[in-house]
Design a protein around this ligand. Structure first.
Ligand code: ADP
Length: 288
C-alpha cells in the first residue's frame, strides 16, 4: 500500500513538473510568435517606405528631366539658330544622358507601382502567335541595330522565336507578359556575344505554361543568381563594362510575373549561358 502511494506521489510530482515545463514552452512559443508578428510588421513598413521613396523621387525627377529634354530638342530644332558642330555634339550628348535618366526614372516608377499593389492585371485571352511574332520582329531589329549592346566587336547573335504550338488557351495579361519576355530577351541579347537567344513555350501539366528565354551568353555565377533580382543589382565584372542598364529590369519582371500568379526562375552556367523560365497559370489565380 505504502509503495503504491509512493509511486502515485512520484507520478503526480512528475506530472506537475511536466505541466510546468510545457507551460513555459508554450509561453516561449507565444512570445516568439509575437516577435515574428512585430518583425513582419516592421518589414512591411520598411518595404512601404521604400516604395513611397521610389515613387516620390521618381516624380520629383521626371518633371525636370522632361524639361531638359524638351529644351534640348528645341535647341536642335532646324528652325532654331544654327549650332556649331561642337555645340551640336554636346547637345546630342546631353540629350542622350537626359533620355537615359528619363528611362531610369520611368523604370523606377513602374517598379514602385508594381510593388505598391496599384497595378492590376487586365485578364484576357493572350494571342500567343501574335505576341511571339511581334517579339521576333522587335528583338531581331534590336539585336541587329546593336541598341542593346553598343560594342563594335560583337558577332551576329541568332534570335530564334519558336512557334507557340500545342499550348492550351492562356488567360493572362498580354501587355505584362510581353513586357516580361521583352525584358528577358533584351537582357539575353545584351549578355550574349555569339550563338543564339531563343524563346520557347511549352505546357506544364494541364494548367500551366512555361516560357523559356535561353541564351549562350556569359552566364551568371551561382552566388549572384538570387541577387540579380534585387533592385539596382548588377553582376560586377569587366565583361559587362560595355553594356548599359539600371538593374531594375529583373526585379520588375519578377513582380509582374508574381502579379500574374506565376514564377520567374533562372538556371545558368558561367561561360555557357542562362535560361530564364516564366511559369504562368493558364487562368487567373483565385483571389486570396
Ligand atoms: P540591367 O539589365 O538593366 O542591368 P536587370 O535587373 O535586368 O538590369 O539585370 C540585372 C543584372 O543581371 C544584369 O546587370 C546582369 O549582370 C545580370 N543578367 C541579367 N540577365 C542576364 C543574362 N541573360 N546573362 C547574363 N547576365 C544577366
Amino acid at each position: 500500500m505504502r509503495r503504491l502511494r509512493k509511486q502515485r506521489d512520484e507520478l503526480l510530482r512528475l506530472y506537475k513538473q511536466l505541466s510546468s515545463e510545457l507551460g513555459e514552452t508554450n509561453r516561449g512559443v507565444v512570445a516568439l510568435y509575437a516577435e515574428l508578428d512585430q518583425r513582419s510588421a516592421e518589414l512591411r513598413a520598411a518595404s512601404e517606405a521604400k516604395t513611397r521613396f521610389m515613387t516620390s523621387v521618381g516624380h520629383e525627377l521626371r518633371a525636370p528631366v522632361t524639361a531638359i529634354l524638351g529644351l534640348v530638342r528645341l535647341l536642335r530644332d532646324p528652325g532654331s539658330d544654327p549650332l556649331t558642330p561642337d555645340q551640336a555634339e554636346q547637345l546630342a550628348l546631353l540629350e542622350g544622358s537626359a533620355a537615359d535618366l528619363l528611362g531610369l526614372v520611368n523604370e523606377l516608377l513602374d517598379l514602385a507601382k508594381a510593388e505598391s499593389g496599384r497595378l492590376e492585371p487586365r485578364w484576357g485571352t493572350v494571342d500567343l502567335p501574335g505576341l511571339f511574332g511581334a517579339l521576333r520582329g522587335t528583338m531581331r531589329s534590336i539585336s541587329r541595330s546593336g541598341a542593346a549592346r553598343p560594342d563594335a566587336t560583337r558577332t551576329e547573335v541568332e534570335i530564334v522565336v519558336e512557334e507557340p504550338d500545342g499550348l492550351p488557351p492562356l488567360r493572362s495579361d498580354e501587355a505584362m507578359l510581353t513586357q516580361v519576355l521583352r525584358n528577358l530577351m533584351t537582357n539575353a541579347i545584351k549578355f550574349t556575344r555569339e550563338g543564339e537567344v531563343r524563346l520557347a513555350a511549352r505546357p506544364v501539366g494541364a494548367d500551366r505554361v512555361a516560357f523559356t528565354v535561353s541564351d549562350t551568353g556569359i552566364g551568371i555565377p551561382p552566388t549572384e543568381q538570387e541577387r540579380i533580382f534585387e533592385e539596382f543589382y548588377q553582376v560586377p565584372g569587366a565583361a559587362q563594362a560595355d553594356v548599359t542598364g539600371t538593374g531594375l529590369g529583373l526585379p520588375y519582371a519578377r513582380r509582374l510575373v508574381t502579379l500574374l500568379g506565376g514564377e520567374l526562375t533562372l538556371a545558368s552556367t558561367v561561360g555557357e549561358g542562362s535560361t530564364f523560365t516564366v511559369v504562368l497559370p493558364i487562368a487567373p489565380p483565385e483571389p486570396r
